[in-house]
Design a protein around this ligand. Sequence first.
Ligand code: ADP
Ligand code: ADP
Length: 221
Amino acid sequence: MLELRAVTAGYDRRTPVLRDVDLTVADGEAVGLLGPSGCGKSTLARVAALLHRPDAGEVRLAGTPVPGFRHRAPRALRTTVGVVFQQPRQAADPRLTLRDLIAEPLRATGRAAEVADRLAELAPTVGLGGDLLTRGPHEVSDGQLQRACVARALVLRPRLLICDEMTAMLDASTTAALVGVVEDYRAATGAALLAVGHDRVLLDRWCDRVTHLASGSSARA
Ligand code: ADP
Ligand code: ADP
């Protein structure tokens, strides 16, 4: 599903954050990625989600090599992946209601006709009821906003879901609910998961295998 080969990436070519990193997530597999703060887990998640261009190496998604990195990856490839970040407030456009936040990937891919059906299905799945969908990000709690971000990540039915410290900001009950949403989605669709975190116990429970990203060195995952 996802293959990173000898990926080098960072924010300054002289001091890359990731050096020669290999990572494979098989079709349908759930892989946990652990590592100390600052070692490059989020950078790796963004590379895997085609949101950050590596300086060297190869990324293959669903068997397709991501072309050259000279151009933006094609839409068909980008929509194969859904991503949830740690900080929902950084990820969410403050001007959108939760409804529009969730629907945005559908609209952006010319599938506005599916918005009503997908919202009717996803809102109860992630536990957003009442008038919450009509509120803006600043009118809901972090937990409620993260529920919307999970719905948004699932709205295009991705074959790979990347959760970067998805539950770090959440209380125990919201954590349990959203981990359950991801597990149910994977059980229903066979989607693969890359779960980035620092909580070994949670990742062990959630994932088929857990791998380490070591700080400042090459990693084999
Ligand atoms: P982790 O997720 O493991 O905590 P990150 O991938 O967020 O690690 O960060 C790895 C390193 O890259 C850190 O030293 C961090 O300061 C740096 N970094 C992250 N994002 C940026 C950015 N946008 N610009 C410059 N440096 C960054
Ligand atoms: P959670 O346990 O999901 O993190 P909170 O305890 O933070 O929720 O919030 C409790 C209630 O307060 C929620 O129903 C939420 O809708 C409401 N709420 C939280 N933040 C705001 C806000 N900035 N404006 C309006 N209502 C809010």
